[in-house]
Write a protein that binds this ligand. Structure first.
Ligand code: PLP
Length: 455
């Protein structure tokens, strides 16, 4: 969201010494006349050079590289609108296959009639899942003649912003379990204190945004199963597997975090993270069609045919879905296993080397998810925000931020290792990290030494 500069007369002055542009090009007004495709390309391309280099971006989980064949498919399918199911029936068939493959990967039971859809990302997937749980809860309450006006949901302070967005946009009370000095995830003990008969769902994370750790999903599941048996409260567990949903099935297939847990009614994943496709793709899967109230599904017929639709938006390019299909065929399970194992090995190498740097200590070691969080051994001596800025001077994008309440006094530096991050880059980053830490700690000492003579 931007404050719009509708009265600004800022211009791009003629560039390329007048070879391409003879007049100024306005920045906040549609130009009166156009320009050649080449000139427009150059202007936009050059402006974008000011962005960071995606290959050095360790801040984000999102895919920054795909194979040239995938790029070709992306270009071929960007003009096909995913919503036009009647016009592009094969695209829709592929959409159905992709979501089915994911539901199967997450052990959705076929007899329960699972349903799901591709979304723009995990945020949309989570909003859709929680909206369905809210509506189901309201229906159950009304059928029982009970008050349905004050729904709540239980989440840890370790959730991504999109969870709080759901609470605010869809008017559900967010009951937030705090973190503590040593614990940056939640378990059954924290959840138990907050649930009641008006809890529409509990969120469990397979990979927190802050540290990449996992909530105690089995423990929370057990609690919710017991509560259902003893109190009759049917509280769904939603798993936010935005970042872990394409890691754990390949790295630790025996770890039960998905529909194998009895109370898990819905799962989201960001395909544009470790599904290894470009930004613009997530998935939501419900254990059963019964978890998605029919009144929320729109049946659209004005593009021809009957198109059942559950989404927050309408038109979108089909390329992300096609790219996920490409990856599934291209890599197979074996390919994902190989990539995930290499990414985790690179993350472990980075964690081990970074932990040896004087002044830093690990918060997570990158063994569950390829996410490494480090804190300063002595925050008075090493400012991580400054360290992050120093690394940026070398091109690395490595954010520093504080953990959520009640651990907000802890600042961490987080690095997300992706497929495109090689072992060689691990070594280069560690060398830069070591040099920057040494320099910043040295600067602190120098400042202190200089300050002393005044006393
Ligand atoms: C745990 C978690 N949930 C949800 C999201 C939102 O995902 P998306 O960017 O796909 O909307 C993120 C993004 O980083 C995340 O880490």
């Amino acid at each position: 969201m931007h404050h719009l500069r509708i009265d600004s007369e800022d211009v791009h002055s003629p560039t390329f010494a007048g070879r391409s542009f003879e007049v100024d090009v306005p920045k906040f007004r549609i130009p009166a006349a156009g320009m050649s495709p080449r000139s427009a390309y150059e202007l936009v391309h050059d402006e974008l050079n000011l962005d960071g280099n995606p290959a050095l971006n360790l801040a984000s989980f999102v895919t920054t590289w795909m194979e040239p064949e995938a790029d070709a498919l992306a270009a071929e399918t960007i003009a096909k609108n995913l919503i036009d199911q009647d016009e592009y029936p094969q695209t829709e068939a592929i959409h159905e296959r992709v979501v089915s493959m994911i539901a199967r990967l997450f052990h959705a039971p076929a007899h329960a009639n699972p349903v799901g859809t591709a979304t723009i990302g995990s945020s949309e997937a989570i909003l859709l899942a929680m909206l369905a749980h809210k509506r189901s809860w309201q229906q159950r309450r009304r059928a029982a003649g009970a008050d349905a006006s004050r729904p709540n949901m239980v989440i840890g302070a370790d959730v991504h912003t999109c969870w709080e967005k759901f609470a605010r946009y869809f008017e559900v009370e967010a009951r937030i379990a705090p973190m503590s000095e040593q614990r940056y995830t939640i378990g059954a003990d924290q959840v138990q204190e907050l649930i009641d008969e008006s809890t529409i769902a509990v969120a469990g994370l397979l990979g927190t945004t802050f540290t990449g750790q996992m909530d105690d999903l089995a423990g929370i599941n057990e609690l919710l199963a017991r509560v259902e048996r003893e109190q009759g409260w049917r509280i769904p567990l939603h798993i936010d597997a935005a970042s872990g949903g394409f890691i754990l099935p390949f790295s630790r297939p025996d770890l039960e975090w998905d529909f194998r847990l009895s109370q898990v009614r819905s799962i989201n994943v960001s395909n544009h993270k470790y599904g290894l496709v470009y930004p613009g793709m997530g998935t939501v899967v419900f254990r059963s069609a019964e978890d998605l109230p029919e009144e929320l599904v729109f049946h659209i017929n004005y593009l021809g045919g009957d198109m059942p639709n559950y989404s927050l938006n309408f038109s979108r390019p089909s390329s992300a879905v096609i790219l996920q299909y490409y990856n599934f065929l291209r890599l197979g399970r074996e390919g994902y296993e190989r990539i995930v194992s290499t990414v985790l090995a690179n993350a472990a190498a980075l964690a081990t080397a970074a932990a040896k740097i004087d002044g830093l200590e690990p918060v997570t070691d990158g063994t569950l998810l390829p996410v490494i969080a480090l804190r300063a051994s002595d925050p008075a001596e090493l400012d991580l925000a400054l360290l992050s800025r120093r690394l940026r001077e070398r091109g690395w994008i490595v954010p520093a931020y504080t953990l959520p309440p009640d651990a907000e006094h802890i600042e961490v530096l987080r690095m997300v290792v992706k497929e495109s991050f090689s072992r060689d880059m691990v070594d280069l980053l560690v060398a830069d990290l070591r040099a920057a830490v040494r320099e910043l700690r040295g600067a602190k000492h120098t400042v202190r030494r200089r300050a002393r003579p005044h006393c």
